[in-house]
Ligand binder design. Sequence first.
Ligand code: PLP
Length: 402
Amino acid sequence: MDDVRLAGPHTRIIHGGQQEDPHTGAVSTPIYQSSTFAFTDADEGAARFGGAPGCKYTRLGNPTVAALERNVALLEYGCGALGAASGMAAINTVYLALLGQGAHVVVTDCVYGPSRTVLETEYARFGVEATFVDSSHSDNVARALRPNTSLVFVESPANPTLKLTDIARCADIAHGAGALLAVDNTFASPYLQNPLQLGADVVVHSMTKFINGHTDVVAGMIVARDEEVLERLRAVHVNFGGTMDPHQAWLVLRGIKTLGLRMERAQANARALAYFLQRHAAVQWVNYPGLVDHPQHDLMRQQMRGPGAIVTFGVRGGLEAGRRVINGVRLATLAVSLGGIETLIEHPASMTHAGVPAQERLKAGITDDLVRIAVGCEDYDDLEHDLGQALEAASPEMAART
Ligand SMILES: *Cc1c(COP(=O)(O)O)cnc(C)c1O
């Protein structure tokens, strides 16, 4: 294939940025498990530190990590990418590089818990101001801008409310104020959404989730649209030190190859499960961007290629009934995280978002009865059966009826 960038989505995932190992022809990228790399002579060492291509030291770049960076950069239509030790390392590099003393950042109120907490507890100590807004209404983002706003950071779909933010609109708003737009694209994965194509400047991923997909690695990635921003991020990233390990990169390279296949199947399961929950007498409400009654169903169709694999719902009987459902499932695993091949179920108010004050949590739409299910790749009938039996056992009204 002449240009893999023009190929179909699965081909791009499998071949993007990949080549046989130049030394051995190995088809699977080898794990270059070396912290440092020898130079043939003093001139070569000096040249590499002067910017010539070639390896120097693994924190500054590693061939296995680079293979994954090329792949994700291509999938996100970026000019380059930076592998990170975790999603939070990626997010902190973005904050560190694009915020300074006295700077202001506008953030989606229902972002991943630590993405918010770290701003409130750590960056605040250095004079960074953060405003958290419901970015599903772009006007809220525009209203929050200040003369010192240098970054708008949105998560779409957001965790765990599944609210969508209009990325193209937010890019215009941010750029109009001289700020950059960064998007946490973890929930969608590059298979379903490409924020840089919608005008964002930076994309971050927790590759722990859909990209790796096998619940066995914690990892992150930053992708930039243009070289200038990429180099600003790189300079901070390698000194901050939250860089990626070659073994970690190899595992993610292995996992990402099936991203499209996993996403299609998990999404099909999620869609069917959302309909099942919607019809179930023990369920109070269901939230899934693939349902036509989702308030942003049209925006989903506009900026995403599918609604993803996360469903949230509330059980009749509220928090207590919800806890009984979580305790009653036998196939789904009670655990935080998402995007793996196995279905996980959790209660955000007491688990992933427990660090957000109760009042703020409610304001962001994270109600106490909200149960989050990250749908995996099992057989659909088994998932429906499992959730069905847990719902029946959890709902006293249902039990009385049968
Ligand atoms: C998990 C997650 C993160 C943090 O990623 P880690 O790899 O756990 O550091 C950030 N954003 C979102 C949306 C996540 O789901």
